[in-house]
Write a protein that binds this ligand. Structure first.
Ligand code: SF4
Length: 344
């Protein structure tokens, strides 16, 4: 199903390269937003009246593949495609095929809202996609619609079934939790993880929304959700915890399949082990989710920069990567760019 990874000298050379920031953190993950467009209007992400980026401002597949190739040659190991909703980008399996063939790439994943998976799960898997995260904030139809402002729960669940059938495993479910809206579903999601052998990740609501919706009143700390689940399904720390992963994972102590994870960006930040940078759909490098500055890549590329120049630009940007976010230390300034234009 998944096309095998190319093995060559350049693959082993790339594998040996290390990309470090000014704090000696190894940067190995590049998240690439392939579009700002989305068919949902999640209340913590996109305003109803958003204006999309003009197509000529979007990175082409060739440009994305070139940046990814150079990034891997500099030391990036893993790629994740995001949006907006990445599956709205026409011919995305073609891009997946190009990226999957890059020497030195260790992992290729994608985050989606799932609505296009019934149509695309198999072509994506055949093209070389390995793993998928599906954003699903509620298992209740009315609450789902309240959050996404689209009555699409059934479509997303059908998309998850299609991804499972296509072998895009393990499936991770990303659930952004907002107090008083969907936090009452923590145990239901844990049951969902057990029944479907999924990895359900609960994501703390972060101040990257459009408007002023974020605040301590809306935030549910991960430890609170964990306590609720533990009371129903006792948990134990996962023995396979990736020290660099944003999610802190737990298994069910009774041996049931599935896991639950907590991405506590606000109440238990994990910046000290951060290994991620981001590329926006309009070709800006962001060295932190909450960056207040960006590094233009698209402009120099269209002006004819060569690969060595592109590598220098990337390495230079990474060297300026922020140590951490400032959400809780009184120094926080909300970035202008909202989540839908960063890609999470
Ligand atoms: S807030 Fe920035 S530094 Fe911290 S984990 Fe996220 S991307 Fe990394």
């Amino acid at each position: 199903m998944n096309s095998p990874r190319p093995t060559s000298d350049s693959a082993s050379d790339a594998a040996a390269r290390v990309l470090s920031d000014g704090w000696s953190r190894r940067i190995e993950n590049l998240r690439i937003s392939v579009t700002d467009r989305c068919n949902f209007r999640c209340v913590y992400c996109i305003p109803e009246d958003i204006e999309w980026l003009p197509r000529k401002k979007l990175l082409t597949f060739e440009e994305i593949t070139r940046i990814a190739r150079v990034a891997i040659e500099c030391g990036i190991k893993k790629l994740r495609l995001t949006g907006g909703e990445p599956l709205l980008r026409k011919d995305l399996p073609k891009l997946i095929g190009e990226l999957a063939r890059l020497p030195g790439l260790a992992d290729l994943a994608l985050t989606t809202n799932g609505t296009e998976l019934p149509r695309l799960a198999k072509p994506l898997a055949d093209a070389g996609l390995e793993r998928i995260n599906v954003s699903l904030d509620s298992l209740d139809r009315a609450t789902f619609e309240k959050l996404a402002q689209r009555d699409a729960l059934a479509q997303v669940l059908a998309g998850i079934d299609a991804a499972e059938a296509a072998g895009l495993l393990p499936i991770s479910i990303n659930c952004v939790v907002i107090r008083g809206v969907n936090d009452g579903e923590a145990v239901d999601f844990a049951r969902f993880a057990r029944e479907r052998r999924f990895e359900v990740r609960f994501i703390e609501f972060m101040p990257l929304e459009h408007g002023q919706r974020w605040g301590e009143h809306a935030l549910v700390p991960g430890h609170e959700l964990r306590a609720r689940i533990d009371a129903e399904f006792p948990l134990a720390p996962s023995p396979d915890q990736d020290p660099h992963a944003p999610s802190k994972d737990w298994i069910f102590a009774d041996g049931a399949p599935g896991t639950v994870g907590f991405i506590d960006s606000v109440t238990a930040p994990f910046c000290q082990t951060c290994n991620r940078i981001r590329l926006t759909a309009d070709g800006k490098l962001r060295t932190c989710l909450f960056s207040l500055r960006e590094h233009d890549v698209l402009g120099p590329m269209r002006a004819g920069i060569d690969d060595a120049g592109l590598a220098e630009l990337l390495v230079g940007a990474v060297a300026t990567k922020e140590l951490k976010h400032h959400i809780s230390d009184g120094l926080f300034v909300k970035p202008e760019r909202t989540m839908s234009r960063i890609g999470g």
